[in-house]
Structures are given as C-alpha cells and as structure tokens.
Ligand binder design. Structure first.
Ligand SMILES: *Cc1c(COP(=O)(O)O)cnc(C)c1O
Length: 421
C-alpha cells in the first residue's frame, strides 16, 4: 500500500491546523502513523486519496450505523438541500424528528436540537443546575462528555489517548464543582453523595462507557445511580451520544431498563450530519429559555438538512426488522475471533474494544493498564490488512448494518491470525 498522497496532504495540513487535524484522535500520533486522507466512502468501505480500500470500523466514530452514504439518507438530504440550507426559523422537520425520538425514548418528554454532543451535554448540565438550583455535578473517571470546561476532568477518549489527564486552558474554578467518581464503583458514588448530597445538581454518566474503550456497567450499577440521585433530589443524566440508537432503538435506557431524568444524544441521531439533542423530564426542560431562565440557543440548531438526515436514519432503523440483532451478531462473530486469538475483549451490542492487559477492564484504572505499544502493533496489523479501526486503545470498534458477511468473515480471519506476542 502506498500512502504518498495522504502524507503529502498531511504535511500541508500541518501548516493550517494544530497537528494537521480538526479533532485530535484523527492525528494517529500515538500509534506512530500519519492520518489517511479520505476521498470517499460507501457502505462498509472507506477509500483514501491513494486509492487504498479499507473495511471501516470507525464509522465516523459512531454515526454511521447504516454504513457510509446510505442511499435513502442521501436522497433525503439532497431533497432537503433543494429547499434551502438554513432558515434560522421553525420548520416541520423539527417536530417530526422530536416525535421519532420521543416514540423510542419516552423519557424525552421535551427536547432541544443542538449541533454537537459537546453542546448537548453542556446544555443538559446547565438545565439540571438551573432546575435544582445547585452547582455540583458528579462525573465518572474515563467517561467523555465532549470538550466543555467543566467536564474535561479525567475525560477519556482523545485525552486518554494523548496522555492528557486534564486539559490546560480550563481555569481551576471551572472544575471545582465537578466531583469525580469511579465507574462501576458504588461506594465511590455513595461517599460523594454523603458528603455533598445537598449541593449536587446532577450525576452525568455514559450508561455504557465507550470512551475509555468499551466498559459495560456492572449489573445493578445504573439502577443504583437512579436510586441514589432520586434519594438526593439530583438529576440523573445519561449521556447516550454513542449508545442512543446504537444499543437499541431506545438506547441504553431501553437496553438496561433504567430511565434517566435527562438524556443527551448525538452521532447516530444526526445520520452523519452535525446534530445532537438534549431532553428529558418536562419540568426540567421547562426551565430552558424562553419558558425559563436557563439560557441556551443556536443559530444552526434544528438545521433542516441535518434534521432530514436524522429523520431518514431513524426511519430506517425503526422499519428494518432484526436490524439490531443482526448488527450484534456481526459484532459477536468478531468478538469470537478475538477470543480465539487470545485477545481480551469487551463487547456490548455492536461496540467492542480489545484491551492489551490481563485484567478485566471495568473502569478507568483497569483500562489504563492496557499496553498501548501492543495496541499500536495490533492497529498497524489491521491497517496493513485493509482494516480501518480507531487509532486509539481507548475507543470502540463500531460495527454497522452495512458490514457484509463476506467482510466480517475476512475481518475474523485477519484477527484470528494476529500474533499477540
Ligand atoms: C462523542 C461524544 C460526545 C461529544 O460529541 P461531539 O459531537 O463530538 O461534541 C459526548 N459524549 C459522548 C458519550 C460521546 O461519545
């Protein structure tokens, strides 16, 4: 494989963007590579500017559950484009998308459309604070909730990949109200609530963590969070930016049967366009302006093109029979190949991560025991064999509905032949 054109473009990009990228994990620095420049993508395949073809398991980091360039979604977008790109005004699509979301996530009694997951979580936290008139929030080590100031503490994802425990540029005062708990550790949460209970506005959590690699919640952990937040009159926020419409139509809240007060969505809900959502209990959402005094706004929020992609995607997800069992089975086949190869894998539905440690990964501390040099070798091995997976130990592998049997079979064969020594 030649990467000449990618390398040339990368060198040029370095002059214009920090690290040549618009989001840090794309830089591939931690795995000692230069990023591929993509020319186009279709179905389960992605093609770089040198004409190399890969089976894609990044899937744009989550949105592409239907694979790349789904024909119906593209047709909906083209159709929407013909009607203008943005109005900065109300349109019917906003209601249609809200209805679709609420149908599958009844806890979303009211919601707001925003433009990114970062914005959704930031706004949900603000709504929770406005509602409870309290300042503190509980966040879990290794969970990522976007790059807003107060949430950039032990935030997993690109920070963990690039060994940045806490971002600089965040004044200390901005994280003073962020209390850190350990994922899957009830005692750590209990201690925080016992000490600060009356000051805690919300606990925010990835119901299945996927930004320190995939780490499922232990049995009863989410219900415990539901109970303790309720006991202290704090808001429970599920950050379902990855899990929403991924683990099930009703997201992790359906999958695990635990209902939060507020939910954030992103990635899949925008069908590949910049769109995210926050919403939940009516009484909390009614605190948001213009009904209430919690301010949140957006010039492009509810953008008609993004909304059309979201609607088309959700309609396909809800009308395709056995879609979720099908994707999960594909992921299970890959999981089995990993196990055969002696790899340590965590899988939940169509999300999976191989960790290079002998420990069972249940939280941030155990995730960090993974040998990232070994991961780099594994990553390079996959890439050399035409498999495009996240260039980071601490991200998920995403399986889509577009992954063909043949490509899954090929992927399994490649993984089975991997020499982990
Ligand atoms: C990706 C992600 C975000 C941030 O979303 P952006 O659209 O990248 O701002 C927030 N929370 C979780 C759980 C995510 O996976």
């Amino acid at each position: 494989m030649s990467f000449e054109r990618s390398k040339k473009l990368y060198n040029e990009a370095l002059n214009f963007m920090p690290g040549g990228v618009n989001s840090p994990v794309r830089a591939c620095r931690n795995v000692g590579k230069t990023p591929l420049f993509i020319d186009h993508a279709k179905g389960d395949k992605i093609y770089d500017v040198d004409g190399n073809e890969f089976i894609d398991y990044i899937c744009s980091w989550g949105p592409n559950i239907l694979g790349h360039g789904n024909d119906e979604v593209i047709a909906a977008v083209k159709n929407a484009c013909d009607k203008g790109l943005t109005y900065g005004a109300c349109h019917e699509g906003e209601i249609e998308l809200a209805k679709l979301i609420k149908k599958h996530m009844p806890s979303m009694e009211m919601l707001r459309l925003v433009n990114s997951g970062t914005e959704a979580v930031m706004s949900a936290v603000r709504a929770a604070r406005g509602f409870t008139k309290r300042d503190k929030i509980v966040k879990f080590e290794g969970c990522y909730h976007g790059h807003s100031d107060g949430l950039l503490v032990k935030a997993g994802s690109g920070l963990l990949t690039n060994s940045i425990p806490d971002s600089s540029g965040v004044p200390k005062g901005y994280t003073d109200n962020t209390l850190l708990a350990r994922y899957n550790d009830e005692n750590s949460v209990r201690r925080i609530f016992e000490e600060y209970g009356s000051e805690i506005a919300a606990a925010v959590v990835e119901p299945c963590a996927a930004n320190m690699g995939v780490v499922p919640p232990k049995n009863g952990f989410l219900q415990f969070l539901r109970d303790i937040t309720k006991a202290y009159n704090a808001v429970l926020i599920f950050d379902e930016v990855i899990t929403g419409f991924r683990l099930a139509l009703g997201g992790a809240q359906e999958y695990y049967g635990v209902t939060p007060d507020l939910t954030t969505l992103g990635k899949i809900v925008g069908g590949g366009m910049p769109l995210a959502v926050y919403g939940g209990k009516r009484e909390i959402m009614e605190c948001v302006a213009p009904l209430g005094s919690v301010y949140q706004a957006g010039t492009l929020s509810g953008n008609p093109i993004a909304v059309s992609a979201g609607i088309a995607t959700l309609k396909i997800l809800e009308s395709t029979e056995n879609l979720y069992t099908d994707i999960d089975k594909k992921a299970e086949r890959i999981e089995n190949a990993m196990i055969k190869s002696g790899l340590n894998v965590n899988r939940v539905g169509s999300l999976l991560t191989v960790f290079f440690t002998d420990k069972t990964v249940v939280d941030y501390a155990t995730a960090k025991t993974s040998d990232t040099d070994k991961f780099s070798k594994y990553y390079s091995y996959l890439l050399d064999n035409g498999i495009y997976a996240a260039p980071s130990q601490f991200e998920a592998m995403f399986v889509s509905y577009a992954h063909s049997d043949e490509d899954i079979e090929y992927t399994c064969k490649v993984i089975e032949k991997f020499n982990r020594k």
